[in-house]
Design a protein around this ligand. Structure first.
Ligand SMILES: *Cc1c(COP(=O)(O)O)cnc(C)c1O
Length: 424
């Protein structure tokens, strides 16, 4: 079925007399008739629910929908996008491992990798998102376990060449993990271009209403783990009765290990209530993304028009003709990219602050990618821990304004910008 239909219908099919809408199974535990039933679940011999940290019917429905939307064999939803990013890497890379990561990533992911996961003994090499194929090859080491990037980076809006990153990762026997938060599966399905693992902060467009923090990891099922680099997947897991994930779970090896090992031990699970909200968001994702894109394209055109009178100093939107990533955007996202635009205003850092205070409709919030238009100055908020060199590597200039175009009437959004520009 078409992605639009999947957004509405996938993941949950009620049987005779059951609720039409995914019910919220607000229960930590599930009852069984015999101890043997329960034992089989623990041994992973049967599938079923026994404890909500590992699986829950509401959570399960949302996981199935997200796996279907991205074209994967399975998914794990998490308490946040941060947890999803952590799980996606840590599932296959522990102390002594090495990760190659695009430098154009979300600030929170950068902290997680550069600070916390380094403290766990994992090494990271950050490479520019527009790196050449040969340069990317030279970043690999003996202990490299994966490559990580974002489809459209937050907030710098660089587009990663998915096929090239996947190809080079595969040459070196490791998977390509991609954070697809900004594109959403409506505009890009990275697995179709060779990505192996897809993550999202569902907090953004997928929820879309700014009411539930969440994340997801989706396994394409396409990567062959049996190449000697991933013993945790190909040799017995003594903590789970000697299960060998690749042998016992085939294409779902990676995602099964994530649930039975990482979710069991770390417990960053999505609550059933939040899973329900995430699903409500998913039902309208297709509709909303279409409107975000058409609004953002009009706002970007307006902003580039205002470059002529000097009110706007630069505009970055990958779907804008002339943008550095225009061709890659057309290739990977022919129906449009996202609702987020970045730009600079006259007056640099101070001009940016004045502009933001002049906005009435667009709210200043530490959020992005929801139904309401909002605005953020990354250099003084999400990226404030970075020094100038790190900011530059992440593609964030001190005057950068990240403008997240909502689904309101576009004429009102443009009028709001027009008014605020007069304040500078
Ligand atoms: C927000 C965001 C995250 C982190 O997600 P949370 O849900 O806030 O934990 C990760 N990646 C990207 C691209 C994001 O925008």
């Amino acid at each position: 079925m078409h992605i639009n239909t999947k957004c509405v219908q996938s993941g949950y099919t009620p049987r005779n007399g059951e609720p039409r809408v995914v019910p919220i199974a607000q229960s930590t535990t599930f009852k069984y008739d015999t101890a043997e039933n329960m034992g089989n679940l623990f041994d992973l011999k049967e599938s079923g629910f026994f404890y909500t940290r590992l699986a829950n019917p509401t959570v399960d429905a949302v996981e199935k929908k997200l796996a279907d939307l991205e074209g994967g064999v399975g998914a794990v939803i998490t308490s946040s996008g941060q947890a999803a990013s952590f799980f996606s890497v840590f599932n296959i890379c522990g102390a002594g491992g090495h990760v190659i990561c695009s430098s154009a990533i979300y600030g929170g992911t950068y902290n997680l990798f550069h600070k916390t996961m380094r403290e766990m003994g994992i090494d990271f090499t950050f490479v520019p998102p527009d790196i050449t194929e040969d340069e990317l090859r030279s970043a690999f080491r003996e202990n490299t376990k994966c490559v990580f990037g974002e489809t459209i980076s937050n907030p710098s809006l660089d587009i990663i060449d998915i096929e090239m990153f996947a190809r080079v990762a595969h040459e070196h026997g490791v998977p390509f993990i991609i954070d697809n938060t900004f594109a959403t599966p409506v505009n890009c399905r990275p697995i179709e271009f060779g990505a192996d693992i897809v993550t999202h902060s569902t907090t953004k467009y997928i929820d879309g209403h700014a009411c539930a923090v969440g994340g997801v990891v989706i396994d394409s099922g396409n990567f062959n783990w049996d190449n000697g680099k991933f013993p945790a997947l190909t040799t017995p897991d003594e903590s789970y009765h000697g299960v060998v994930y690749t042998k016992d779970f085939g294409r779902a090896a990676y995602i099964t290990k994530m649930r039975t090992h990482l979710m069991r031990d770390i417990g960053a699970m999505a609550s059933p209530q939040n899973a329900f909200y995430t699903n409500l968001g998913l039902e309208t994702l297709f509709l909303r993304v279409e409107r975000h894109v058409s609004n953002a394209e009009k706002v970007a055109a307006y902003l580039s028009e205002r470059e002529k009178d000097g009110s706007i100093t630069w505009v970055n939107y990958p779907s804008l003709p002339g943008n550095k990533y225009y061709e890659l955007a057309r290739k990977y996202m022919p129906n449009g990219t996202c609702g987020v635009i970045s730009f600079g205003v006259r007056g640099g850092r101070e001009g940016a602050v004045k502009f933001m205070e002049g906005l009435r409709l667009a709210a200043i919030v530490t959020h992005v990618a929801d139904a309401r238009t909002c605005v953020l100055h990354p250099a003084s908020t999400t990226h404030r821990q970075m020094n100038d060199a790190e900011l530059a590597a992440a593609g964030v200039s001190p005057d950068l304004i990240r403008f997240s175009v909502g689904i309101e009437y576009v004429g009102d959004i443009i009028a709001d910008i027009d008014n605020a520009l007069r304040e500078i």
